[in-house]
Design a protein around this ligand. Structure first.
Ligand code: GLN
Length: 198
């Protein structure tokens, strides 16, 4: 199994390191040809508008969107969640997204860098609940509405939705990889292993 990590900018190394810890091969994805043969892709945190600009400039955005629409499993964190969203409430000028997750997202919903916080929250996956996942919120987005077919999978105490899932796309507003809590990655990889066993 090979897991791609979108490596245009942002927190690429943290995800590659987590894959290594879990004994899974990771591959940096920068060009369309890097998509060949991968079994899943991680879209990291960073800055979603920059990620979008670079992906389009490198002719990666459309092939990536097509692979995801055809079923490539996705794990997205923070800016990655924004990049998957169908609608961004407050986009940067000209910002586009892949539109593979039917949510509306509000960027920087919890304030600026200095308002960053860590918390522990439950993540409800189809395979079970991961309790008290260590989550870093860094200029994090909030999912402000979910379309039909989208399941909210994580919430803050105030009810704000900070994780959503639709089919092959699992997206989180926060970073589990920053704190070294590998349970979300592990659970996601387990579901891919099941698919490739069949
Ligand atoms: N605020 C960033 C954006 O709009 C996301 C921040 C992050 O990924 N930590 O893309």
């Amino acid at each position: 199994m090979i897991i791609g990590v979108l490596a245009l900018q942002g927190g690429v190394d943290e995800h590659l390191q987590m894959l290594e810890e879990l004994g899974v091969s990771g591959r940096k994805v920068r060009l369309a040809r890097d998509l060949e043969g991968i079994d899943g892709i991680i879209l990291p945190g960073g800055e979603s508008s920059v990620m979008d600009k670079l992906a389009r400039a490198l002719d990666l955005a459309e092939p990536l969107r097509q692979r995801i629409a055809a079923g490539l499993p996705v794990l997205a964190t923070c800016a990655g969640l924004i990049y998957t969203a169908k609608t961004v409430d407050n986009p940067a000028p000209g910002q586009q997204t892949l539109g593979v997750l039917d949510i509306t997202v509000h960027r920087n919903a919890f304030g600026s860098q200095k308002d960053s916080f860590d918390t522990a929250l439950d993540v409800t996956l189809p395979t079970g609940v991961l309790e008290k996942v260590q989550a870093s919120f860094i200029r994090a987005p909030e999912v402000i509405s979910c379309g039909e077919g989208v399941t909210p999978i994580a919430r803050l105490n105030n009810g704000a939705v900070v994780g959503a899932m639709q089919g092959n796309v699992l997206a989180l507003s926060f970073h589990p990889e920053e704190s070294g809590d590998s349970r979300v990655h592990q659970a996601w990889i387990n579901t891919l292993e099941k698919v490739s066993d069949q």
